[in-house]
Design a protein around this ligand. Structure first.
Ligand code: S3P
Length: 430
């Protein structure tokens, strides 16, 4: 790893421009994994090639699946589930929880031994949530720290379908269960407390799998004869969110984001912005297989708003931005029911409050969210991104409307999801 490099972001007099953000990270992970277990070549236009999805690319290659990016197209030469090979070494998942949890669902049903691990942050994150349901369908899986933390080890096992219930509304857990279910005997269903992003379900259906959704319950039939995919990957709404938030809190801003993914299970932030009366227009131009369209965000006077309940899984990665928006609103805003934020790449309850505190913005950290007073101003300061890409980009978005320069330590962690972030920031700042 190159040494962490600080970056300085200056307040922008104006924010103007039109851009496309990188291809969706969640969908690109699935492109590699589902492409790998399909039979034949899958093609995906405009993949997101950040460090996280490249961890998945490495894992898929280590399982014997060739792939490559030619121009703006990713080709994955799928070998089918039965064509995957025993990896010669531990599978390295880097910083990526999506890589580790999703590939676990595949490994659980393979007739070989495998081991998965990742960086310090990933080895601190909770894994029992995926180990328990996989064991319930028959997987032979073990993990460090009393079966709670990576590294994890898989031994050959025959899987059988089951009716499962998970205490967390997690698309990663759901996807791991679906990938195991494809290899099981009989159907598997999983009930979660609320609906979460459904990219795995959409893509698997496109491959011919029988995946049914009923509220927050998903049911999947076994299928080892998955077809290849041919798919345009939309821009990542979670990346677009930084520009949307930066624009609405800035006094002189208009930013247009084209070809961005608008899957309703990802766009809870738009609901919050609507409740805050933000000047954001959204046009869905294509509804299937993933909704895609254009978002225009402009300077706004924001009203305070609360967020919680089923909205939280729909904005989980954008929660740090909700705190920034709230600081610019006209009263006190609360975000609750989001204890999950403590289990992300960093403890985002803590790192969001600390990043904004370093810029003079007070965010009251709660066990399951934040309470933020409105009418605050961002000042100059120094922020530690804590190795978390979304905290680095939060600090940058805040700085654009601030009163002085903001130095961001570990700023290059943005490349985990958005390698071109700093170039786009420079292009939008006038
Ligand atoms: C993701 C699901 C979410 C999200 C993460 C990506 C995915 O995690 O926070 O950035 O691609 O499935 P959880 O499933 O743990 O909520």
């Amino acid at each position: 790893m190159p040494p962490a490099r600080p970056r300085v972001v200056h307040p922008a007099r104006r924010l103007r421009g039109e851009l496309r953000v990188p291809g969706d990270k969640s969908i690109t992970h699935r492109a590699y994994l589902l492409g790998a277990i399909g039979h034949g070549d899958s093609r995906f236009r405009r993949p997101g090639l950040g460090a996280d999805t490249q961890a998945t690319a490495g894992v898929v290659a280590a399982l014997g699946v060739a792939h490559g990016v030619h121009g703006d197209e990713l080709v994955v030469r799928g070998r089918g589930l039965s064509g995957l090979r025993e990896p010669a070494d531990v599978l390295w998942c880097g910083n990526s929880g999506t890589t580790l949890r999703l590939v676990s669902g595949i490994l659980a049903g393979r007739p070989f031994h495998s081991f998965v691990t990742g960086d310090d942050s990933l080895r601190r994150r909770p894994m029992r949530r995926v180990i328990e349901p996989l064991r319930a369908v028959g997987a032979h899986v073990h993990a460090r720290a009393n079966d709670t933390r990576a590294p994890m080890a898989f031994a050959p096992a025959g899987l059988r379908g089951a009716c499962l219930r998970s205490p967390v509304a997690s698309a990663q857990v759901k996807s791991a269960v679906l990938l195991a279910a494809l290899q099981a005997e009989g159907p598997t269903s999983l009930e979660q407390p609320a609906p979460s992003r459904d990219h795995t379900e959409r893509l698997l259906r496109g491959q011919g799998a029988a995946v049914a959704t009923d509220g927050a319950t998903v049911t999947c039939e076994p299928n080892e004869a998955l077809a290849p995919l041919d798919f345009d990957i939309p821009g990542d709404f979670s990346s677009a969110a930084f520009w949307i938030a930066a624009a609405v809190v800035h006094p002189d801003a208009a930013i247009t984001i084209r070809d961005v993914g608008l899957n309703p299970l990802r766009t809870g932030l738009l609901d919050v912005l609507h409740a805050m009366r933000a000047d954001v227009t959204v046009e869905v131009e294509r509804p299937e297989p993933e909704p895609v369209g254009t978002v225009v965000a402009r300077s706004s006077s924001l009203r305070a708003a609360d967020a919680g309940g089923d909205l939280i899984p729909r904005l989980i990665d954008e929660a740090p931005l909700v705190a920034l928006l709230a600081a610019h609103a006209d009263g006190e805003s609360r975000l609750g029911d989001a204890a999950e934020l403590a289990a992300k790449e960093s403890n985002r309850l803590r790192t969001t409050a600390a990043a904004l505190a370093a810029l003079g913005v007070e965010v009251d950290e709660q066990p399951d969210g934040f309470v933020t007073a409105g009418g605050q101003r961002v000042g100059a300061g120094r922020v530690d991104a804590a190795g978390d890409h979304r905290i680095a980009m939060l600090a940058a978005a805040a700085a654009l409307t601030g009163g002085g320069p903001v130095t961001i330590d570990d700023a290059d962690s943005a490349a985990v999801s958005y390698p071109g972030f700093w170039d786009d920031l420079a292009a939008l700042s006038k």
